[in-house]
Design a protein around this ligand. Structure first.
Ligand code: AMP
Ligand code: MG
Length: 478
């Protein structure tokens, strides 16, 4: 396999990482390789599947790789952890893709590193396929995300509550620099490293940014867009710790994440999120909290600290406006509104509130709305009365929109997906894979490549879960 590596992170000072190879596995088996993505990255895949599997299992090191585990720290559920780092991931290196974008290629589940603490450095098949499927679905939904290049089985058992099949996912990211990477060096009062990291991040992600303030501004803006994007598709990240917040503004670390079925603003899936810190509608607040940690970490790079605190605080305080602008734009789009009127957002929130009290499915309701006719109901609502009253308000608003009904419907369908990775389908897919049946994985993956297309032959995948099918709890991807 030829991978045109150019490894800039490996050229940073030694204390940024530990150089080490992935730990080879017993018997690599290829589950999936993302050929279009490989092409985009300039990777030439060999014919032989065993050769592909050996590379993405970490058994064969491709020429030019400079494998390493990155050091970082982070706040987990608000609690400070000074030393985290890649405990089960090894960065093979970076490539510059066809568009000139530098991208990381990382094996996740690649064995123990100095940052593993008590962990085994491995991943089991469930989280690997979850990440593959959901990150690729996010990409198809148009939301910034890390990508999945490959998934392999290791032929080894991973001991969790029971013995489970081991697997490795190859993740592609704009970078793996996190808020927690800055915190790591700030906590060590290592201003030189902080400066080098900021320079690296700026050159890589925000070349137009001017110094630490410019970097902070750019990250704040990127995160405001990202979180609005999540909320627009009912996505709940589930573990927005500062070590899981990417400086590049991509969705990263698909652990206990989930898409909502029935809308509820306080929805939580993660089994360890007891107090709803990472609940659906709390995501913008947590982003602000995380970005404030980034600002704090960047302070030592500013000449006058007191001055900097004031300026940075102002920047962080811009988040709500940036987020609301992005979120309101998304909400208008979901309602098929291309022009701006003052009451639009109230109209959208009124619908969301009706969905909440009526336990209406978030995805299905918006998809159905595009075709709703005067006087029609949408079967998603437990009791349709509120919706029946809401509908004429929306339809009245539509009369002040330019363009015809058909183009409005098409525009709505281009932003309101028909298909999302519903939890019960994801769980069903994992269960099948554990018993050696990958059909459901490939099928779901194919459907989710075209989330905005009606695929009548797959309408069963649009359906919300029945009561017995519903998945109410998700678990960390360890
Ligand atoms: P995450 O919950 O994926 O964001 O991981 C939090 C931290 O735990 C990171 O430092 C991971 O590298 C580490 N970690 C998670 N799972 C494992 C594992 N199986 N072995 C070693 N370290 C792990
Ligand atoms: Mg993480």
């Amino acid at each position: 396999m030829q991978i045109p590596f150019d490894n800039s992170y490996a050229r940073l000072p030694d204390r940024f990482f530990t150089a080490l190879p992935p730990t080879p596995v017993a018997t690599p088996g290829l589950i999936a390789v993302n050929r279009p993505l490989a092409k985009e990255l300039g990777i030439i895949l060999p014919e032989d599947e065993a050769e592909i599997a050996a590379i993405f299992a970490g058994n064969t090191l491709p020429d030019g790789a400079a494998p390493l585990a990155q050091a970082y720290a982070g706040h987990q559920f608000g609690g400070w952890v000074p030393q985290l780092g890649d405990g089960r991931a090894v960065l093979l290196g970076e490539v510059v893709d066809q568009k000139g974008q530098r991208r990381d290629i990382q094996l996740k589940g690649a064995g123990r590193t100095p940052y593993s603490r008590r962990g085994d450095g491995r991943a089991w098949l469930g989280p690997v396929l979850r990440e593959y499927l959901i990150s690729e679905a996010m990409f198809a939904l148009g939301i910034p995300t890390t990508r999945a290049l490959a998934a392999v089985t290791t032929g080894e058992a991973v001991l969790r509550e029971t013995a489970l099949p081991g697997a490795i996912v190859t993740r592609v990211a704009a970078s793996h620099i996190r808020v927690g990477t800055f915190q790591y060096f700030a906590a060590r009062q290592d201003a030189d490293a902080l400066q080098a990291l900021a320079d690296h991040a700026i050159a890589r992600h925000y070349p137009e940014a001017d110094g630490p303030l410019g970097l902070l501004q750019a990250v704040v803006a990127a995160q405001a867009e990202l979180i609005a994007g999540w909320m627009g598709v009912g996505f709940i990240h589930g573990v927005m710790n500062t070590d899981n917040m990417s400086i590049a503004g991509e969705t990263i670390d698909y652990g206990p994440c989930a898409f909502m079925d029935a809308y509820h603003s306080e929805k939580v899936f993660s089994s360890i999120d007891q107090f709803g810190r990472y609940a659906y509608a709390n995501q913008p607040n947590v982003a602000v909290w995380n970005l404030a940690q980034l600002a704090t970490a960047l302070l030592p790079l500013m000449p006058d600290k007191d001055d900097a605190i004031e300026i940075f605080t102002e920047e962080i305080n811009r988040f709500p406006d940036l987020f609301n602008t992005a979120w309101h734009h998304i909400l208008r789009g979901k309602l098929g509104l291309s022009t701006v009127e003052e009451d639009d957002i109230a109209l959208a929130f009124d619908l969301l509130n009706l969905m909440e009290t009526g336990a209406a499915d978030f995805t299905r309701t918006f998809r159905a709305l595009s075709g709703a006719q005067p006087g029609s109901t949408i079967e998603e609502f437990a009791s349709p009365q509120g919706f029946i009253e809401w509908l004429p308000r929306w339809q009245d608003r539509l009369t002040r929109e330019p363009g015809d009904d058909r183009s409005r419907q098409a525009a709505m369908q281009a932003v309101n997906p028909a298909f999302i990775p519903r939890n019960h389908r994801v769980e069903e897919m994992i269960e099948a894979a554990v018993s050696g049946e990958y059909g459901p994985f490939f099928k779901l993956h194919e459907i989710l490549k075209r989330p905005f297309d009606d695929q009548p032959e797959h309408s069963a995948y649009q359906t919300a879960p029945g009561q017995e099918e519903e998945v109410t709890r998700t678990f960390c991807g360890t």
